[in-house]
Write a protein that binds this ligand. Structure first.
Ligand SMILES: Cc1ncc(COP(=O)(O)O)c(C=O)c1O
Length: 382
């Protein structure tokens, strides 16, 4: 962003898309460029730097540069989904590499890592990464190549100390990669705390409108491993479409407003649920009684995010009945959109899930918070 202001705040950078405008027309929104291929110079060079859009999509430049600025990183990549982003990291590891990942994390990725390990590509240890002792015991100096964490972690919202995890990973010679989807760069900047790779399901808060599936990676350094990830996208082909890229960029402009509102409302919903006679437990890092509250307060600035879970008295049936009775909350999977969602998580994850059967996961949107609380109250007490 060209400005006389010494360093615009991240929310300013996001709102103005780094201040990029179209050089030809002066448009304040960059045009969608649908071309798949680019002209080669007469002397056989590609001096403009692009040959084929699978590797060189000009539409990626602005959202990637913005995300890099928001995360305080060196470079970013857009990919076709959060899963494509995460699996690109694991696929870039050498065969047989040892990795450590959380027991409780986004379930589809945990399952994918387990299968990838069972097929012999990597060796995986799943541990409670919120316990530094467990993490310390799991890493094998000289052998562990990657420690993967997610914080706050789906759907129990347990908190891992990013700075401590980075120290443990680096002490063993491993990289620290983090799924920061729930925290967003608004609340947490993991690279400043020592993380090497930050991943987002951009389907969630970065886009924020439940109308794009996308993923991102951001690197602390543009090094050899990062170049493997760049090559992994270009040759693996898990690229984001042009319309999705445009929508994601548009969504990111309102990221700060949406996340601040959702975090504020989630704190109110969590407090109301903690007082509710029909609720057995509220899992939200913003509540002082949450085991990860002190760490979350250190590494999350300006709020604790829009995600929480509630455990309904009366078990699975009471939980499913509550989800059936809400009127404003939408019974749907996913998170991070402007509309609030409610989900009986154990039904999604199936047999073997560590998620209690009385748990409902709540993604708080940007509606009036009292409307959301009233709707939960009537569903719980009906
Ligand atoms: C925390 C987290 N990480 C990763 C993913 C996967 O992202 P996507 O659905 O964009 O592939 C999800 C999706 O629900 C998620 O919630």
């Amino acid at each position: 962003m060209k400005t006389n202001h010494p360093s615009p705040q991240p929310s300013t950078l996001a709102a103005q898309g780094l201040g990029w405008t179209d050089a030809t027309t002066g448009a304040v929104v960059l045009p969608i460029q649908p071309a798949t291929t680019f002209i080669r110079d007469p002397d056989n060079q590609y001096r403009r730097g692009r040959s084929y859009a699978r590797a060189d999509n000009p539409g990626y430049d602005q959202p990637e540069a913005l995300l890099t600025a928001l995360e305080g990183g060196a470079a970013s990549l857009l990919l076709s989904s959060g899963m494509a982003a995460a699996t690109n990291v694991f696929r870039a590891l050498p065969t047989g590499a040892h990795i450590v990942a959380p027991t409780v994390m986004y379930w589809a990725l945990r399952r994918w890592i387990g299968n990838h390990a069972a097929e012999g590509h990597i060796a995986a240890n799943f541990v409670d990464t919120s316990s530094l002792d467990a993490l310390n015991t799991a890493v094998v100096p000289g052998r562990t190549r990657l420690v993967w964490i997610e914080t706050p972690a789906n759907p129990l919202w347990s908190v891992t100390d990013i700075a401590e995890a980075a120290e443990i990973a680096h002490g063993a010679g491993a990289l620290l990669a983090i799924d920061s989807t729930a925290a967003t760069p608004v609340l947490t900047r993991p690279i400043e705390l020592g993380a090497d790779i930050v991943m987002h399901s951009a389907t969630k808060y970065l886009n924020g409108h439940s109308d794009v599936i996308a993923g991102t990676l951001t690197a602390a350094r543009d090094d050899e491993f990062w170049q493997r990830l760049v090559a992994g996208r270009a040759s693996g082909g898990a690229i984001l479409g042009n319309m999705e890229t445009y929508l994601l960029m548009r969504g990111m402009r309102t990221l700060f407003l949406r996340v601040e509102r959702a975090s504020h409302s989630a704190q109110l919903v969590a407090a109301a649920m903690a007082r509710h006679p029909r609720i057995a437990e509220v899992l939200y890092p913003g509540l002082p009684g949450h085991p990860g509250h002190a760490i979350a307060a250190r590494q999350m600035k300006g709020g604790f995010g829009g995600m929480l879970s509630i455990r309904v008295k009366g078990g699975e049936t009471a939980a499913i009945t509550t989800a059936a009775r809400v009127e404003l909350w939408k019974r749907a999977t996913s998170l991070g959109g402007v509309e609030s969602l409610i989900e009986h998580r154990a039904s999604v994850e199936g047999a073997g899930t560590p998620v209690p059967s009385d748990l409902l996961r709540l993604s708080v949107g940007i509606e009036d918070p009292q409307d959301l609380i009233d709707d939960l109250d009537q569903a719980l007490t009906a």
